[in-house]
Design a protein around this ligand. Structure first.
Ligand SMILES: NC(=O)c1ccc[n+]([C@@H]2O[C@H](COP(=O)([O-])OP(=O)(O)OC[C@H]3O[C@@H](n4cnc5c(N)ncnc54)[C@H](O)[C@@H]3O)[C@@H](O)[C@H]2O)c1
Length: 316
């Protein structure tokens, strides 16, 4: 089976390349694989074709897809809402126009399935909603990122292609062989603090709850989808199935940090800046559990420990 993975140089994309390179013929398309490519090439034993290019380049897509692609795994993207707001033109053209072009070419070259990385942000970010959020609930995005994912989803649903759309919670984890602590959200910040032996800082009382799913569970989900290309088109929430408070994540990171790095790590609370605390948001994973027979296997503490035991000096 031949697979085109867009965003292969990114966080989740790299995990997919490493996890799938032995079983499938893969092309990784990314506009900025940069120095990661050399490492990924070695980790995947030169089995992957790396193409440095943009999903908005129609000629390039034709060249790649006319050679025969069975599945497109579309994970290219411009980051979450902060990144989208920094460069809205790039975000809109990548998430919407880029997805449009990939769909058009996927139809032209008869691909068998289009797998798309959507986000829980398509349901909403700032609005409190009934929980857990299920796939049949209306999408009510209230930031640019969520809106772009909702538009892309809409176009995929209206295409004539067979598709699987995955609405991810927050994805965290370790990319085998990279040993880096990524820049990111709460988990990454807490792990960096533990590494440095500095205080973990949390906003307010740390009562806000968040849904984190490990990147290896995302890989596992993609493997399940690839194993049954005959399944119908569908949309699935992919999360941990439970919420954990920021304070509990901080305590877990501090405890594992003490064990791994030998530092005493204190948790400091500071008043929350405006707009930094959002309503809790839990996505139901019952449908993925029922129809894909998928469930998350990596606990938050195991996931944090895995990052910490492999961590190297974080970027400052
Ligand atoms: N990480 C998460 O928590 C999370 C949660 C929900 C959804 N997602 C979605 O999953 C996908 C992958 O996320 P990630 O965390 O690996 O992101 P990432 O930023 O690490 O990787 C995305 C990659 O896409 C590439 N890219 C961006 N625009 C492109 C374009 N026009 N053409 C070619 N390549 C382009 C970037 O260079 C980057 O390497 C994204 O679409 C993201 O929106 C991620």
């Amino acid at each position: 089976m031949k697979i085109l993975i867009t965003g292969g140089g990114g966080f989740i994309g790299s995990v997919l390349l490493i996890g799938l390179h032995d079983k499938y013929e893969i092309i990784s398309l990314d506009r900025d694989q940069g120095p990661r490519q050399t490492k990924l090439q070695a980790l995947t034993k030169d089995k992957i074709t790396f193409v440095n290019g943009d999903i908005r380049d129609e000629v390039l897509l034709d060249n790649l897809m006319q050679k025969g692609i069975d599945v497109v795994i579309h994970f290219a993207g411009g980051g979450g809402n902060n990144a989208c707001m920094k460069d809205p033109a790039l975000a809109v053209t990548s998430y919407v126009h880029g997805t449009h072009l990939l769909l058009k070419k996927s139809l032209k070259y008869n691909i068998k399935r289009f797998i798309f990385s959507s986000s829980q942000a398509a349901y909403s970010t700032f609005k409190a909603r009934e929980m857990p959020l299920t796939e049949d609930m209306e999408l009510m995005p209230d930031d640019l990122y969520g809106a772009l994912k909702a538009v892309a989803e809409h176009e995929i649903r209206d295409s004539q292609l067979k598709f699987t759309t995955l609405r991810f919670a927050n994805v965290y984890g370790y990319v085998q062989g990279f040993n880096e602590i990524r820049k990111g959200g709460a988990i990454e910040n807490f792990i960096k603090a533990a590494y440095d032996g500095s205080d973990i800082t949390i906003f307010g009382k740390g009562e806000q709850k968040i849904d984190y799913v490990n990147v290896n569970d995302v890989l596992h989900c993609i493997e399940i989808i690839l194993n049954d290309l005959s399944a119908g088109s569908d949309i699935f929430n992919i999360g941990s199935g439970k919420l954990v408070s920021i304070m509990d994540i901080a305590k877990t990171a501090a405890e594992i940090g003490r064990e791994v790095f030998g530092h005493q790590i204190n948790i400091k609370t500071v008043p929350a800046p405006e707009g930094k605390i959002w309503p809790d948001r839990l996505i139901s994973i019952d449908k993925a559990n029922r129809l894909l027979k998928w469930k998350p296997l990596v606990s938050l503490s195991d996931g944090i420990k895995q990052i910490m035991t492999n961590a190297e000096a974080p970027e400052k």
